[in-house]
Ligand binder design. Structure first.
Ligand SMILES: Cc1ncc(COP(=O)(O)O)c(C=O)c1O
Length: 381
């Protein structure tokens, strides 16, 4: 069993994807070819934003967003401690000061009340100027943008939505990637919308920010790439990756429905013995991961049982940002993030993808619950 089965997806889309790649090979416009523009337009329609800008990966997308907002030395940027390293890494890359915030025990996303307190503390200390918050849509669930927007508004901070995992999720019909001043996503192959290499995008409704990101992704270009008006990066989305993404995006709404069915079946089978993912009313998760916590006992026993049946599991994330060696210079007190510490020691993620076989899912659930799980007849798939 695969944790994320990209081969099954490819088999399903093979004819369409192969044709798209061949078209690129025929026209030969490998850098910022017509497929990139077409994809950017389709992404804007899907996410519901004015501008989508294809870039080289989700990490660059975050860095470009910070650069477009002129975040740099002397600025404090607030983010969750329970995330992938890239979210925090970019803050240091632009020379700003990262401030980590503990998470909500139910959603695992940044706790808005603690965010508010952290901003007040940093403002009072006066060493760094609170400038922005990077909120992460962890495991596919959008963060609490009502609360985060109110807090950011009160303190005059910009919001960057890290929707690397959240793409496809929504809150009351408003899509992930459309929250905050600027948002980013990753097309890393394992993401809800993934390509066949590295890729990412920046989303915004702000014309000025969009113009800056378009310049920054090509060495800070002015009228052309030999006219350089600011320091930038080389961070363009490949034309071949855009071509692949065009077909995957066309299929994405159907895949999102399949993901909801897979998550629903896990929920039904596991809720008595595990803390299953919490999805607040009005929210839709894109199920980048299906992550659970045992109600009793350590995760290791369950993970070993699954492993003995060749079923892969992964721990996202065993080490919080405040525990990373790279951030030891921040001198965190070891009891400052009690919720993230507890959650990171208890969670593990199960195989999750739109093509997860119905019987495979029965097997995973049966091993975890020691019950014989049968979700019904295969025709109900
Ligand atoms: C929350 C989050 N932010 C940023 C990234 C970085 O994306 P990429 O791997 O495309 O650079 C990832 C990717 O794993 C992620 O999960």
């Amino acid at each position: 069993m695969q944790f994320i089965d990209l081969q099954k997806q490819y088999k399903h889309l093979k004819t369409r994807i192969d044709k798209r790649i061949q078209t690129v090979l025929d026209h030969g416009k490998y850098i910022l070819g017509p497929e990139v523009k077409e994809l950017e337009e389709r992404l804007s329609d899907f996410v519901g934003v004015k501008h989508s800008i294809g870039v080289a990966n989700g990490t660059d997308a975050l860095q470009l967003a910070l650069m477009a907002l002129d975040v740099g030395p002397g600025d404090a940027v607030f983010t969750t401690t329970f995330t992938f390293f890239a979210t925090a890494e970019v803050i240091s890359l632009v020379g700003a000061h990262p401030v980590f915030v503990d998470i909500d025990a139910q959603t695992y996303n940044i706790d808005p009340d603690l965010l508010d307190k952290a901003i007040e503390r940093v403002a009072t200390e006066g060493k760094y100027a609170p400038k922005a918050v990077i909120s992460v849509d962890l495991f596919g669930l959008p963060a609490d943008y009502d609360a985060i927007s109110a807090i950011a508004g009160k303190h005059g901070l910009k919001i960057i939505e890290d929707a690397a995992q959240g793409f496809g999720g929504s809150i009351n019909g408003k899509m992930a990637g459309s929250f905050g001043d600027i948002a980013t996503t990753s097309f890393f192959p394992a993401k809800p919308l993934g390509c066949y290499g590295d890729g990412g995008a920046v989303f915004t409704n702000n014309d000025e920010l969009a113009e800056k990101v378009i310049s920054l992704r090509v060495h800070g270009k002015g009228v052309d790439k030999y006219d350089n008006i600011r320091i930038g990066l080389n961070s363009r989305l490949d034309t071949i990756q855009a071509a692949i993404l065009l077909e995957k995006l066309a299929e994405f709404p159907r895949e999102m429905e399949l993901r909801q069915s897979v998550a629903g079946r896990y929920d039904a089978a596991l809720h008595n013995q595990f803390h299953i993912p919490f999805v607040p009313d009005g929210y839709v998760s894109s199920w980048a991961q299906y992550t659970i916590r045992p109600i009793k006992g350590p995760r290791e026993g369950y993970m070993t049982q699954l492993k003995e049946s060749s079923i892969p599991t992964t721990v996202y994330y065993g080490k919080n940002m405040h525990e990373q060696t790279a951030f030891s210079f921040l001198n965190h007190q070891c009891d400052s993030f009690p919720i993230a510490d507890e959650i990171s020691r208890a969670v593990f993620s199960l195989p999750m993808h739109p093509y997860l076989d119905y019987l495979e899912q029965c097997e995973v659930s049966s091993i975890l619950t020691r019950d014989k799980i049968n979700f019904g007849s295969t025709s109900e798939k």
